[in-house]
Design a protein around this ligand. Structure first.
Ligand SMILES: *Cc1c(COP(=O)(O)O)cnc(C)c1O
Length: 368
């Protein structure tokens, strides 16, 4: 072979550093000869409680119809979301996880010669989706680990068409208050699509939860993204959505796959919206679990970044080494060196027992 086929792809694609997911339980068991049942995975901000009862019933019922293509317009799910958020169905874009919806923004609004602004330590999908379109990423230094919205607004240049904001941010757990987001939206030129990624919204205390959907009327360039992967417990089924002005939603819908959300996921998400008790319990138990992890970190003399999500990012020093020591103790967490945080590890809030197991393994790993 005279040429390496890899060389045929555009240089901006070839230079993409792949996303590093949390290590699956089965992989760790295989690699280290460990018992799967004894492994605690706190690496991907999943819901340790699983799913609610209505959601489970809906999944079981949906299996009977998997030989059919799904409803490509997701009518029932959109109708429920429309009622929940007070927006028209034409303002909703469904995705194979909210990751899909984020990529639809990049596909619809970015390309070579264009740029997107994002924060240092921001969710990894933003630079990935930007680069995959041949667009330039303008990375703004973080302020106290969070988004510096004022500097981000100033960094917008003539080529900028997208601003990515995670609120709360992953992996830092930092949050911008509703008034700060509104001030940012007022400063952003109309030409720039402002993506407000609210993947952890259900874990926010009520006073910090913004009624962001109502901002779309005033700011037609706003795209809000939400997911069923976190508090709703549907990470494995992949379903998320965007709320946006109808014309923005329209252009995003044009670039998606016709059947981008599968039928089981559609049915599960529809039912999950009614599992209110499950989400309320997830919220309350998460606050308890965060406290448990924070107290544990204090006892170990470790700094952490105060979090508004279902995870805590701790400063452990030699994080890559501590990560490996934790793996040997059957605990999977997430190294965040790729996010410019080489001394930190991110741990998802688990059940009280999982949190205890992590804290004990961490204490032992720090002493080793
Ligand atoms: C987990 C997460 C997502 C959601 O991912 P899905 O594709 O919906 O599973 C989106 N944004 C942030 C910041 C996240 O942490």
């Amino acid at each position: 072979m005279l040429i390496d086929p890899c060389e045929l792809s555009p240089s901006y694609v070839r230079s993409i550093a792949p996303y590093q997911p949390g290590k699956p339980i089965s992989e760790l068991a295989r690699e280290m000869g460990l018992d799967e049942a004894g492994i605690v995975k706190l690496a991907s901000n999943e819901n340790p409680r699983g799913i609610g009862p209505r959601t489970r019933a809906a999944i079981e019922a949906a299996i009977g119809a998997v030989a059919r293509y799904p409803d490509g317009n997701g009518f029932e799910l959109k109708r429920a979301l429309s009622a929940r958020y007070g927006v028209d169905a034409s303002s909703i874009v469904l995705g194979n996880g909210s990751n899909d919806v984020l990529e639809l923004v990049a596909l619809a609004f970015l390309g070579p010669g264009r740029a997107a602004v994002l924060s240092e330590h921001a969710f990894a999908v933003y630079p990935l989706a930007t680069q995959a379109r041949g667009a330039r990423a303008i990375v703004v230094p973080a302020k106290n680990y969070g988004h510096d919205l004022e500097t981000m607004a100033k960094a917008i240049d003539d080529e900028t068409y997208v601003a990515w904001i995670a609120n709360p941010n992953n992996p830092t757990g930092t949050l911008a208050r509703p008034d700060e987001i509104e001030a940012f939206l007022r400063r952003v030129p109309e030409r720039v699509i402002a993506v407000l990624d609210e993947a952890y919204n259900e874990y926010l205390t009520p006073e910090l939860r913004a009624d962001s959907a109502k901002w779309i009327r005033r700011h037609p360039n706003l795209v809000i993204t939400r997911t069923f992967s976190k508090a709703y417990g549907l990470a494995g089924l992949r379903v998320g959505f965007a709320l946006a002005h109808a014309s923005v939603a329209d252009v995003m819908n044009r670039v998606r796959q016709p059947f981008n959300v599968n039928s089981v996921a559609l049915a599960a998400a529809r039912a999950a919206l009614d599992d209110m008790e499950f989400v309320a319990r997830s919220y309350a138990e998460n606050l308890q679990g965060l406290k448990q992890l924070e107290e544990g970190a204090r006892r170990l003399g470790l700094d952490f970044i105060p979090s508004h999500g279902n995870f805590l990012t701790l400063r452990v020093g030699k994080a890559a080494e501590i990560y490996k020591r934790l793996l040997r103790r059957s605990v999977i967490v997430r190294p965040v060196g790729g996010y410019g945080l080489p001394e930190h590890l991110r741990v998802t809030v688990g059940t009280p027992q999982e949190n205890d197991k992590f804290l004990a393994a961490l204490a032992a790993s720090l002493k080793e």
